[in-house]
Design a protein around this ligand. Structure first.
Ligand code: HEC
Length: 110
C-alpha cells in the first residue's frame, strides 16, 4: 500500500530533480552551498567570511594563501603545530573539506 507520506516523498524528489536539472550549473551551486555550510562551522570563531575583529585572539583567515591554510590545517591535525582549539576542529575534517575550505577562505577579501 502506498501511503500519502510516500507519495509526498516521491513528489518532493520529482520537484527536486526537475529543479536541479533546470538550474544552470546546479552541480556548482550545490557544491558551493556545501562549502558555505562547512565554512559556517568556522564562523563562530573566525567571523563570517573569515574576518575577526581587531586584536581578537582568533586570527583572521580571510584572504590567507590557500596552500598556507592547507599546510596549517594539516599541522594542527597531526599535532605538529601547537593549538588551543584547532587540533580538535581539524580532527573532524576530511581532506576534501580542508582543501575546499582553504579555497573558500583564500577567495575572501582580506
Ligand atoms: C572554537 C573556535 C574556532 C573554530 C570553530 C575554528 N577555529 Fe580556526 N583557529 C582558532 C584559534 C584559536 C586559532 C589559533 C590557533 C589555536 O590556538 O588553535 C585558529 C587558527 C586557524 C588557522 C591558522 C591561521 C594562521 O594565521 O596561521 C586556520 C587556517 C584556521 N584556524 C582555519 C579554521 C577553519 C577552516 C575552521 C572551520 C572548519 C576553523 N578554523 C574553525 C579558533 C577556531
Amino acid at each position: 500500500m502506498r501511503t500519502r507520506f510516500q507519495s509526498a516523498i516521491g513528489f518532493g524528489l520529482f520537484v527536486f530533480t526537475l529543479g536541479a536539472s533546470n538550474a544552470v550549473g546546479a552541480q556548482d551551486a550545490s557544491t558551493a552551498l556545501h562549502v558555505r555550510a562547512n565554512a559556517a562551522m568556522c564562523a563562530n570563531c573566525h567571523g563570517s567570511e573569515g574576518h575577526t575583529v581587531k586584536d581578537s585572539a582568533v586570527p583572521s583567515i580571510a584572504g590567507l594563501p590557500r596552500d598556507y591554510m592547507v599546510q596549517q590545517m594539516h599541522a594542527f591535525k597531526d599535532g605538529s603545530r601547537p593549538a588551543t582549539i584547532m587540533h580538535q576542529i581539524t580532527k573532524g575534517l576530511s581532506e576534501a573539506q580542508i582543501t575546499s575550505l582553504a579555497d573558500y577562505f583564500a577567495a575572501q577579501a582580506r
